[in-house]
Write a protein that binds this ligand. Structure first.
Ligand code: NAD
Ligand code: ZN
Length: 605
């Protein structure tokens, strides 16, 4: 139940305000539906405007008939004649209500105290004295089993000795009631303490009900003021609903250990040894171009029951492929391996990252495609690139084609724990492939440096990589050996540059190509980028020179024979990558890049 009042004292009409093209109340309704936790979701309102807004968007709304003091009364009236066990109150002004928080509340009804519980609600740790002392922030104290003892606008408990440490909690207005508890609340009159503090929850305590407090520390954004709305709009744009002012700047982990140098690969055994847990094996995922390369296999130097799995990178990595590898590993050992070591290009590095994540996170890799969906730390994982350009060795993502989308698993747990950069490993790379993957790096730089998300951090890495690429692909001054070392550095810098900004049009369109036609990332980027002179004039002019100098002929008319349906899918995939378009074209990108325009561009390629 989402109680929704039209008039709010602090911010009138706030539920009808625009939040990224939809009203706040519709956003809340959709977010609640999307959790898939409920049999039914209703908005309960006193307002015709909100009622029709929800109906218009295909949702279910109930008009409350009576005047109500609070949201709980409004819900109680609505459920009086409904056959329900547990009713959850989701606040209308919390458009980013997280599934995790709601799940935590509901799970209490499955826990050991379930029989004692009349209602469950949420609390969050607070540590800021301004917040602790703010009467708008309701504090709560609990007993040893997390049942509420008291709620107050005063800081509770009182800290007599300033040196003592105590954790303060604030109350968050998400409730899961047993129907009876809510109906009792509705019928029982308010008593003096509730009236003094003006806190609904106190009524339950005053009548002896048991309130179980679940803890959730996922930040959300409540819309109480026009400033909150601005913040919410920004957070929505960044596609990360959990961003608040406290963490709007990106706080990303980096690869903690990296070794660089010709021949550094020979240090692999020494690097791995201290990370071996008991006799648990290391699993090496190796590009199958090395299957016959005995000298490389000898240098890997597998010990005990370590295992080598050779993998083809002919096709783009898939979520199903990750699931299969994980299943294979789990069928052989019942415990976790000591680590996963990826040896190959972007494809193999991405697979290694994803396998390491999926060994400790249940379900399918497809469940984690997106931003920050991974819950548990991965097993120790090491990346060893054998071709340079993607930046996958340093990035916070692993790009996978799934059943529904092509999208990375972007998380703090994705980056490698260790990277070994040995330029000599790239010696055998075929010339064309060297160019395509190298251009991935060049395009990362162009898209980052010309994007609206650019900042000094990204720029410093991007400019360096851009210069290195020009030196490698346009000049005749470098030896092969120097080129290999420099491209390895360019790849790293290009990856760092996009980590703190974003890629752009070539990547969005190339994801579409590879989802529908399985075009590989490097060549796909080149095919697209060649036609983007209108958007990246300088970068594309340099690219054309590089193409000529390196005698590269790109395939033509690759979209000439595709069906209407394939074209539509390709456009859907490309347009779904909102941050990429925003970075490339700004806030107004939708009016610049229409479906028709995109189709024309694809048909030219
Ligand atoms: P790749 O890994 O697909 O390898 C390309 C070809 O080069 C393969 O045929 C491979 O067998 C061969 N190869 C690799 N090393 C070789 C060597 N030393 N000698 C001979 N042949 C060798 O290509 P890639 O361009 O490195 O990676 C593309 C993938 O990277 C795509 O799946 C893309 O989505 C992904 N990617 C990921 C990120 C990220 O941040 N995670 C960024 C960009 C691209
Ligand atoms: Zn790329």
């Amino acid at each position: 139940m989402i109680p929704a009042r039209y008039s709010a004292t602090r911010f009138p009409g706030k539920l009808m305000q625009d939040l990224g093209g939809k009203s706040v109340i519709v956003r809340t309704y959709e977010a609640t539906m999307a959790t898939k936790l409920f049999d039914e979701v209703y908005v309960v309102t006193d307002s015709e405007i909100i009622y029709s807004e929800i109906e218009l968007h295909g949702g279910k709304a109930i008009m409350s008939i009576k005047e109500h003091q609070c949201g709980s009364d409004r819900i109680a009236e609505a459920i009086e004649d409904m056959d329900v066990d547990i009713v959850v109150n989701v606040q209308g002004d919390e458009p980013f209500t997280s599934k995790e928080a709601l799940e935590q509340v509901l799970n209490e009804y499955k826990g050991k105290d379930a029989n004692k519980i009349d209602l469950v609600t949420l609390m969050t740790e607070i540590n800021d004295w301004n917040e602790i002392n703010d009467p708008n922030c309701v504090k709560v104290i609990v007993d040893k089993d997390n049942f509420a003892l008291y709620f107050s606008r005063s800081p509770i408990p009182f800290l007599r000795d300033k040196n003592d440490e105590v954790q303060y909690y604030k109350h968050k207005g998400i409730y899961a009631f047993r129907k009876q508890a809510l109906m009792d609340f509705y019928k029982l009159p308010m008593r003096p303490i509730e009236a003094t503090e003006k806190i609904e929850c106190i009524r339950y305590l005053e009548y002896g009900k048991n309130i179980k407090m679940a803890i959730s520390n996922t930040p959300g954004i409540e819309i109480d003021t026009p400033e909150d709305l601005i913040r919410a709009n920004i957070a929505l744009k960044e596609e990360n609903p959990l961003i608040t002012t406290k963490n709007k700047f990106r706080n990303f982990p980096m690869v903690p250990k990296v070794v660089f140098g010709q021949g550094s690969f020979d240090q692999l055994s020494i690097i791995l040894a201290p990370n071996r847990i008991n006799k648990n094996p290391f699993i090496f995922l190796v590009d199958d171009v090395f299957e016959k390369n005995q000298s490389l296999i000898v240098r890997i130097n597998p010990r005990f029951n370590d295992k080598l799995i050779f993998i083809s990178s002919k096709e783009e990595p898939k979520t199903s492929q990750v699931d299969l590898i994980v299943k294979e590993i789990k069928s052989e050992i019942t415990y976790l391996p000591s680590g996963i070591i990826g040896i190959g290009g972007g494809s193999i590095l991405d697979l290694a990252k994803a396998v390491a994540l999926l060994l400790t996170n249940k379900g399918s890799a497809a469940d984690y495609q997106g931003w920050d969906l991974v819950k548990n730390k991965a097993v120790y994982h090491v990346g060893i690139p054998t071709i340079s350009g993607t930046g996958a060795e340093v990035s916070r993502t692993t790009v996978l084609s799934g059943p529904e989308r092509k999208l990375g698993i972007n998380s703090d747990f994705t980056p490698f724990d260790q990277v070994i950069l040995d330029p000599n490993l790239t010696i055998g790379v075929p010339e064309k492939q060297w160019f395509y993957t190298g251009m991935d790096c060049f395009i990362h730089c162009v898209e980052s440096l010309n994007g609206t998300y650019l900042n000094a951090f990204s720029q410093s890495y991007g400019e360096k990589a851009f210069e290195l690429c020009k030196e490698i692909f346009l000049k005749n001054t470098l030896t092969k050996e120097e080129s290999r070392a420099k491209l390895m550095m360019a790849s790293w810098h290009g990856g760092m540059s996009i980590a703190y900004s974003q890629v752009g049009i070539a990547h969005a369109m190339s994801y579409g190509l590879s989802y529908v036609l399985d075009t590989k990332h490097g060549i796909g980027n080149c095919i697209v980028f060649d036609h983007l002179g209108e958007y990246y004039p300088e970068g594309v002019a340099i690219f054309k020179k590089m193409k000529k100098k390196n005698k590269i002929k790109l395939p033509q008319n690759i979209c000439g024979n595709i069906s209407e349906e394939q074209m539509e899918t390709m456009i859907d995939i490309a347009l779904s990558l909102v941050p990429l378009w925003e970075n490339a074209l700004g806030d107004n990108w939708k009016s610049i890049m229409t479906r028709e325009k995109l189709k024309k561009m694809y048909l030219r390629m």
